[in-house]
Design a protein around this ligand. Structure first.
Ligand SMILES: Nc1ncnc2c1ncn2[C@@H]1O[C@H](COP(=O)(O)OP(=O)(O)OP(=O)(O)O)[C@@H](O)[C@H]1O
Length: 308
């Protein structure tokens, strides 16, 4: 389990992370979302002891990273691809990592197989494609068989097969009871991978909630209703204080996920209902609405020439 308490990081006058509090719990994939510059990478670096918090703490199993014994056995991270020495083979890169953490050769072979690099294990990593480098980074993260795993933008630049593979891997790691924390800019991918979401903007916590709740709570979620008596249904809903509009195809659209209440109102009033279905906003819509205020630079704010 990863615990973030009152965590802040300042770089000179820039407050990159501003009083964050949240937990990354075992048994689920927690997605980490935020616009560019929101402070995601800084938070992950502080969890991994690569940056020191200005105030507050990031703890893994109750201890800051620097105080963990055999850290690779507690937490594994994919923070940036291509960090391996280009002249070393994949096998030797992993063996070097393993030996510096008192992990045996057998585990090196195991993780190579697990990430599907068997056929290229003896190639220099400098010749690896982006997808192969990502797999190698993941092999390194898994080496100590840790309970907590961090992935910063793991699907960046990967093809659909690679993306699918990483998604399945992360879901499998969570199903084994591990705490999986992953950042990504690909909303459609995050919607398929994460169970829980932590959303930050300008270093501050904006949401810490279940994926389904996050999307349903968005103002653009609605309940679609088709009935032979739309006018009477509209009156019943109006009287109950439920906002309703008529959609493009003539179906009624009531604000929010209200199918239970609407079903009961229809039953009490003897109204026939042909369709009553929740229509959730997409994760992207919900994310854009929540973070609109917190985007560091809107496209329209860029100075002439389009550069910051
Ligand atoms: N080493 C550093 N020195 C100075 N400022 C930094 C440093 N690292 C990050 N920052 C600043 O801190 C803020 C947060 O950056 P960070 O990279 O953590 O955001 P992010 O959410 O990971 O962004 P992105 O989605 O673009 O990767 C930004 O304003 C960034 O410019």
């Amino acid at each position: 389990m990863i615990e973030i308490r009152d965590l802040s990081k300042r770089y000179g006058s820039v407050v990159a992370v501003d009083g964050l509090n949240f937990d990354v719990l075992p048994g689920r994939v927690t997605g980490f979302l935020g616009p560019n510059g929101a402070g995601k990478s800084t938070t992950m670096r502080m969890i991994m002891g690569l940056d020191r918090p200005s105030t507050g703490s990031a703890r893994i199993d109750g201890k800051p990273y620097r105080r963990l014994r055999d850290p690779l056995r507690r937490v594994g991270a994919l923070l940036e691809a291509g960090a391996a020495h280009g002249g070393r083979t994949a096998y030797h890169h992993l063996l070097w990592l393993a030996q510096s953490n008192r992990i045996g050769r057998r585990r090196v072979r195991e993780v190579i197989e697990l990430v599907g690099l068997d056929s290229v294990a003896d190639k220099p990593v400098g010749e690896f494609s982006l997808g192969m480098s990502q797999r190698l980074g993941i092999a390194g993260a898994l080496l100590g068989d840790p309970d907590a795993l961090l992935f910063d933008e793991p699907v960046n630049g990967l093809d659909p097969e690679g993306i699918h593979w990483i998604r399945t891997l992360m879901r499998g790691l969570a199903a084994e009871g591990r705490s999986v924390f992953v950042s990504s800019h690909l909303m459609s991918e995050m919607a398929l991978t994460a169970d829980h979401l932590v959303v930050i903007g300008r270093g501050r916590l904006l949401a810490d909630t279940g994926m389904a709740e996050f999307v349903q709570r968005d103002a653009s979620s609605y309940t679609r209703i088709r009935t032979p008596e739309p006018e009477r249904m509209r009156q019943v809903l109006d009287a109950a204080g439920i906002q309703v509009r008529t959609g493009a195809d003539g179906a009624l659209e009531a604000r929010g996920p209200r199918q239970r209440t609407i079903g009961e109102l229809a039953a009490v009033n003897g109204l026939i209902v042909d369709e009553l279905s929740p229509q959730a906003a997409s994760l992207e819509e919900a994310f854009m609405r929540l973070t609109a205020e917190a985007v560091e630079y809107h496209a329209g704010d860029l100075p002439e020439g389009g550069r910051r």
